[in-house]
Design a protein around this ligand. Structure first.
Ligand SMILES: Cc1ncc(COP(=O)(O)O)c(C=O)c1O
Length: 384
């Protein structure tokens, strides 16, 4: 069974001729993360690389920005220059004037964004596998003080508009919650990516039904990398009203953006954020790493790396272990069918990963930090 320190393996695993791996993997891991992994893996040999994209370290650019923001005292509660800069950078990136807020995590971003656009008697249409429905402990319902999630299906984790139409038709007007918003996840919880056309169709439906369009973009960067388009092409230009743009899975330690493309929707949102305990007093430590992500396209390169690692993993699984993907690999996750005894054996060797669909569909996640040797180690353990 392969083992040994991550740094040594990352260096061994880089084919000298492949600039992608050489550029983005070994050299970009922060020194501290390398040495922690080295100690842990030689003793416990835990492997969290594919469990989630939030098991990854902070990327070097974000870490350097954090250190720079730590050099002196600075104004608090978002009055600092880093927070102002992030807002400017977001407006530049999306090429539009918009309202930008920073909160600690994705659950808060989604729940507060929905609370901002819904009243307690409203409802939100979402996919049955939407994170807001399955993984946020009722935060959207809690922060909206009663808005109902109207859960529908759709292939590959994407909303089926016919089902959305049907669920609206079933609402007995005054006696039900009033449909107010539709929420889509980009990239989806199954690692698939809505195309521009698919988002346009949902936006058109939303407009016809007088719904606002919320996008959970915990992996928005991966979606843009997959689509190879401009961020505005799949957001405000099509009619997305509010985007939760994820940074944690992209390379920062914490901090998600809530972006209102219709500025009037953001009225008093700062109070909502504060009341929810989501206004960091030292906000610069969330903002500074984001300035680094948004400078010179780091966010996009991180996502491109993660997506490419997922494609490589899927390919090697198919070629060398005959384990086939369960769903197309479009962003940074690989869903596979693995027999229970194989999953148990992998876990016994220290690999950490989650089952997503009963009885045997598991998710393997890649990140900005996934190295070729991580992939090689997993494949080797599967073949062993
Ligand atoms: C689709 C999606 N939305 C939002 C989140 C954000 O969740 P958290 O509150 O853990 O940051 C996640 C994290 O796994 C996610 O996968």
């Amino acid at each position: 069974m392969p083992g040994g320190p991550l740094r040594a393996k990352a260096q061994r695993g880089q084919p000298p001729g492949d600039p992608f791996w050489r550029r983005t993997v070994g050299s970009r891991l922060p020194i501290s993360a390398r040495s922690i992994s080295k100690i842990e893996m030689s003793t416990r040999r835990e492997r969290h690389e594919f469990a989630s994209d939030n098991t990854a370290p902070i990327c070097p650019e974000a870490l350097a920005a954090l250190e720079e923001a730590n050099a002196t005292a600075a104004p608090s509660y978002g009055e600092d220059r880093w927070t102002a800069r992030v807002c400017e950078q977001v407006r530049e990136l999306f090429e539009t004037d918009c309202e930008v807020f920073l909160v600690f995590n994705g659950t808060a971003a989604n729940a507060l964004a929905l609370a901002q656009i819904c009243q307690s008697f409203h409802s939100v249409i979402c996919h049955q596998h939407a994170h807001i429905h399955t993984d946020e402990c009722g935060a959207p319902e809690f922060f909206t003080k009663g808005s109902k999630l109207l859960v529908i299906g759709g292939a590959d984790g994407k909303i089926d508009i016919a089902q959305a139409e049907a669920v609206i038709a079933r609402q007995p007007e005054l006696h039900a919650h009033k449909p107010r918003a539709i929420s889509i996840t980009q990239a989806t919880e199954f690692g698939t990516v809505y195309t521009c056309e698919e988002i346009a169709a949902i936006a058109d439906f939303a407009q016809r039904r007088k719904l606002l369009l919320h996008m959970d973009g915990a992996r928005f960067a991966n979606a843009i990398a997959a689509l190879d388009c401009h961020p505005k092409d799949v957001t405000w230009e099509l009619g997305v009203d509010v985007l939760c743009f994820g940074g944690t899975k992209n390379g920062v330690g914490a901090g998600e953006l809530v972006i209102f493309f219709k500025k009037e929707l953001a009225r008093e949102f700062d109070y909502r954020v504060k009341q929810a305990g989501q206004l960091a007093s030292k906000l610069r430590f969330l903002a500074a790493p984001w300035t680094a992500l948004l400078k010179d396209g780091v966010w996009l390169r991180n996502a491109q790396h993660a997506n490419r690692a997922a494609r490589e993993l899927a390919q090697r699984l198919a070629d060398e272990t005959k384990i086939d993907k369960y769903i197309p690999v479009e962003a940074n996750s690989v869903f596979v069918r693995i027999q229970g005894n194989v999953a148990t054996a992998l876990r016994a060797r220290g690999w950490d990963f989650y089952k997503f669909v009963e009885p045997d569909v598991y998710r393997l996640m890649c990140s900005w930090a996934t190295s070729e040797s991580d992939i090689a180690d997993l494949i080797a353990d599967l073949k062993d």
